[in-house]
Design a protein around this ligand. Structure first.
Ligand SMILES: [Ca+2]
Ligand SMILES: [Ca+2]
Ligand SMILES: [Ca+2]
Ligand SMILES: [Ca+2]
Length: 304
């Protein structure tokens, strides 16, 4: 080292530790990949927590059915096959099951199926419409929305379908519930103030807080895996676009910008991508959006 110092050589090692901050500006700053190209409608993508598959609904077999594919869009497998419409699949945290709604029994009810297509189970059998379900993170309960009390409210039941319990009780419509990753909160949409907005409440139904407040409709909220952000669709720019905000409602940011209908978005398990539905090529397909990651939050200089 003495000799190196004499001739004035300094070794510098720069370590840039990347913290994954997301740079959001406009659609042109996002990487967009089309995952389905079938001429029939595909929608309602849901990315499994184990990062292996994306479930979605598709009309490609004639009636709306639940399909899975890998996260790059290949190896599409049909899981359900009947004359009814099956929609809005959501994974259990361990990736072993999907919960979805179907009208195959005459009206919309909540069903589960194993990820390999076996073990189909009907969980609700009320004459009302039971829709848009989600597993709690520990898999013990399922939330859904139902109009069995005369208008739509959020309900919770055990994951075997027992003990359905109403957790919102308003004369307006609460729909599209989604659990936070820790199970403590539920985001949903409500038309309590005359049009649909995004709301959040504790998972027992207490302390409901309105997060968006526009004259247009917002819907389909999903909380990011780290619990910090919510993606949703909004019609505030006159057509449906995917938006993102913090879970306190701040920093509402438009992600897609296309005259098409863009919506139905859901997160990848690492929170750096979303999948959504768009009809920008003429019919509904599944698209993947990747946030550009540009913020280097720590720079360490080691001088030897
Ligand atoms: Ca029903
Ligand atoms: Ca209600
Ligand atoms: Ca609104
Ligand atoms: Ca659009």
């Amino acid at each position: 080292m003495k000799r190196f110092a004499k001739i004035g050589i300094v070794f510098v090692i720069v370590l840039m530790l990347f913290e994954g901050a997301l740079a959001i500006a406009s659609e042109s700053n996002l990487s967009l990949i089309q995952l389905t190209t079938d001429a029939e409608s595909d929608g309602a993508p849901s990315w499994s927590s184990n990062n292996l598959k994306i479930a979605f609904s598709s009309l490609r077999s004639g009636s709306k059915s639940i399909w899975t594919m890998n996260t790059y869009g290949t190896n599409k497998i049909q899981l359900t096959d009947n004359l009814g419409d099956d929609g809005q699949p959501h994974w259990s945290t361990d990736g072993s099951k999907l919960v979805f709604h179907s009208n195959r029994s005459g009206n919309q009810d909540i069903w589960t199926i194993d990820s390999n297509g076996s073990n189909l189970n009907q969980l609700t059998s009320d004459l009302a419409n039971d829709l848009k379900s989600d597993f709690s993170p520990d898999g013990s309960t399922i939330i859904f929305c139902s109009n069995r009390s005369g208008n739509y409210d959020i309900w919770i039941m055990n994951s075997d379908g027992s003990n359905p319990t109403q957790i919102t009780d308003t004369s307006e419509n609460e729909r599209a519930p989604d659990f936070s990753p820790d199970g403590s909160k539920i985001v949903y949409r409500s038309d309590k103030n005359g049009n649909n907005d995004i709301w959040i409440m504790n998972s027992d139904g207490s302390d409901a807080v309105q997060l968006s407040d526009t004259p247009q409709n917002e819907g389909h909220p999903h909380i990011s895996p780290d619990g910090s952000r919510i993606i949703f669709w909004s019609e505030r720019t006159d057509n449906k676009e995917v938006w993102m905000m913090n879970t306190d409602g701040s920093e509402q940011t438009q992600l897609t910008n296309n005259p098409a209908n863009d919506g139905g978005a859901n997160w990848s398990p690492d929170g750096r991508k979303i999948v959504f539905r768009s009809d920008r090529t003429g019919n509904d397909d599944i698209w993947k959006l990747k946030f550009k990651e540009t913020n280097f939050s720590h720079i360490y200089l080691l001088l030897l």
